[in-house]
Design a protein around this ligand. Structure first.
Ligand code: GAR
Length: 198
């Protein structure tokens, strides 16, 4: 059975990237990460990729000169490596139209809340958990969805719920949600790999 070739876009720590790498190495998922792209040259995600001898590239509107040029370059790097699935794992930029067109329905994102709640342009990272705690929600949890041209908008593929306790801080909630992210993202990738095989 063909292994799904994954290209990851990440901006920060890359713990979700690590969960995909680990589960591809231990055979839990029939996939391999063949490229990691970050808009942030200092992203730990790039170091994690290099540790595993995965191609790691820094691409941003600054390195390329414009958003459009960065979109073109990211698309080209993905196509060159015959990437089947693009995974946004803590990518804090909007993906460009060229990548969306080249990988229509083949780009997924993990978001740290139960979409459609707590999504949209300025909802990312710790801000999401701050908003969930401030609105006294009883539950939260990660969402994996297809990426389209609107923020946090495409078809939802999977969600997992965790409780939110009255004395939670955003940081405590973030850890609880992140633990589930590391389960749900590889699980969803494996599900897609099985669906696409048939
Ligand atoms: C994760 O919580 C992910 O859901 C979130 O950023 C974090 C990245 O962690 N993504 C977004 O907020 C995107 N809207 P990681 O770098 O350790 O994987």
């Amino acid at each position: 059975m063909k292994r799904l070739r994954i290209g990851v876009l990440a901006s920060g720590g890359g713990s979700n990237l690590q969960s995909i790498i680990d589960k591809s190495l231990d055979g839990t998922i029939n996939a391999e990460v063949v490229l990691v792209v970050s808009n942030n040259s200092k992203a730990k995600a790039l170091d994690r990729a290099q540790t595993h001898a995965i191609d790691a590239v820094h691409i941003s509107s600054i390195t390329e000169g414009s958003d459009e040029a960065a979109d073109n370059r990211i698309t080209q790097e993905m196509l060159e490596r015959k990437v089947d699935l693009v995974v946004l794992a803590g990518y804090m930029k909007k993906v460009g139209p060229k990548l969306i067109k080249a990988y229509y329905n083949k780009i997924i994102n993990i978001h740290p809340a139960l979409l459609p709640k707590f999504g949209g342009k300025d909802m990312y990272g710790m801000r999401v958990h701050e908003a969930v705690v401030a609105s006294a929600e009883k539950e939260s949890g990660p969402t994996v969805h297809i990426v389209d041209d609107k923020y946090d908008h495409g078809r939802i593929l999977a969600q997992m719920k965790v409780p939110v306790y009255p004395d939670d801080t955003p940081a405590i909630l973030q850890r609880r949600v992140l633990e589930k992210e590391h389960e749900i993202l590889p699980l969803t990738i494996q599900k897609l790999s099985e669906e696409w095989e048939n």
